[in-house]
Design a binder for this molecule. Structure first.
Ligand SMILES: [Fe+2]
Ligand SMILES: [Fe+2]
Length: 343
């Protein structure tokens, strides 16, 4: 038996879920090159919140430049993201990581977990910089019903995997696991985050609260890689375990997305009771539906809404591709540093 044949066999034996022949300690030979690529892309985008200047934001916040409605939008989104980042990180480490049986995917999950910690750090840094009431922000997931409902939706998916009897060995168990992965990558990071991205980046576009805006740009950039990894993982598990993707299970996922879209539209209405310059709650119905359809098609499910994109300016900002030179110098500097050659 030749070495290359052995390698080929070993590679073929790797599995994303329920792999039994190759342990999670064996990174090479790589099988899932996409996981490694996402890992490298995540590393190339390294940033730290406390390196983003907040002086202009502090001034804007203190001298009452913003209207009451504008302040509400910012407070609500800080409150939502402050906890959401933590829920994502915890679900990753406590629920997803254990069941992924492949080393290159776990390598990515470790990188992502660190990025979620950086995102939580960003919210602490913003709250401290602006001198906001930390108790108020960090308890909104209890006190603001529109946030509480989104979080409860996600927490239920985590709890299902934390049951001591939970296993992915059965079809039902593996489907529950897949539902968690879809619930976090596609719904939380792919739908629930996007109204907030749009709202906060609309301030940045008007040259207001640019320190928060810059941090949201970096978070959005990280989150788009998280979403892409999640979609590759979901489609990879589907391909390796086609028996999971039954017509009934697909209907269950579509129903879950319908429920999430309703929660997200309600959240946008709560953040924008009277609208702010350029952003009305009514447009968010269309926006959330449009985003949901984009996510559905990427995991091979039929479009549900056929809504057009209501914020043309955002397609440049939010649906950015890697090629677009959208981010400011800081990320570019980090990227340059990460590719330094020492010879
Ligand atoms: Fe995050
Ligand atoms: Fe994330």
């Amino acid at each position: 038996m030749t070495l290359s044949f052995e390698h080929e066999t070993l590679t073929e034996q790797k599995r994303l879920l329920n792999g039994q022949q190759v342990t999670v300690n064996q990174l090479m030979p790589l099988k899932y090159h996409w996981a490694w690529e996402h890992y490298l892309n995540g590393c190339a985008n390294h940033w730290m919140p406390n390196e983003v200047p907040m002086n202009k934001d502090i001034e804007t916040w203190r001298n009452n430049t913003l209207s009451v409605d504008e302040r509400l939008v910012i407070m609500r989104n800080l409150g939502f993201f402050a906890t959401a980042e933590s829920l994502v990180g915890n679900n990753l480490v406590l629920a997803i990581f254990k069941h992924i049986t492949n080393a290159e995917c776990r390598q990515y999950l470790l990188r992502q977990a660190f990025e979620e910690a950086i995102h939580s750090h960003a919210f602490l840094y913003i709250v401290e910089s602006l001198g906001l009431n930390e108790q108020e922000i960090f308890t909104m997931y209890h006190t603001i019903p529109a946030i509480a409902r989104k979080d409860a939706f996600e927490i239920k998916l985590t709890s299902a995997l934390l049951d001591p009897d939970f296993t992915t060995d059965t079809v039902e168990g593996a489907q529950t696991f897949l539902k968690n992965v879809i619930g976090y990558y596609v719904i939380m990071e792919g739908i629930f985050f996007y109204s907030g991205f749009a709202m906060i980046l609309s301030f940045h576009r008007r040259n207001l609260m640019t320190g928060i805006g810059e941090q949201f740009q970096y978070i959005l950039r990280d989150e788009s890689i998280h979403l892409n990894f999640g979609i590759d993982l979901i489609n990879g598990i589907k391909a390796e375990h086609p028996t999971l993707w039954t017509a009934m299970f697909q209907q269950e996922i579509i129903a879950l997305i319908h429920e999430a879209v309703k929660l997200e539209i309600a959240y946008a209405q709560d953040c924008l009771p009277q609208g702010i310059l350029g952003l009305q709650a009514s447009a968010f119905r269309q926006y959330v539906q449009h985003i949901a359809d984009r996510r559905l098609e990427r995991i091979g499910l039929p479009l549900q809404y056929h809504s057009s994109h209501p914020f043309p300016w955002m397609s440049e900002t939010i649906d950015l591709t890697k090629e677009k030179n959208f981010f400011e110098t800081r990320v570019t500097e980090y990227q340059a540093a990460s590719t330094l050659r020492w010879d």
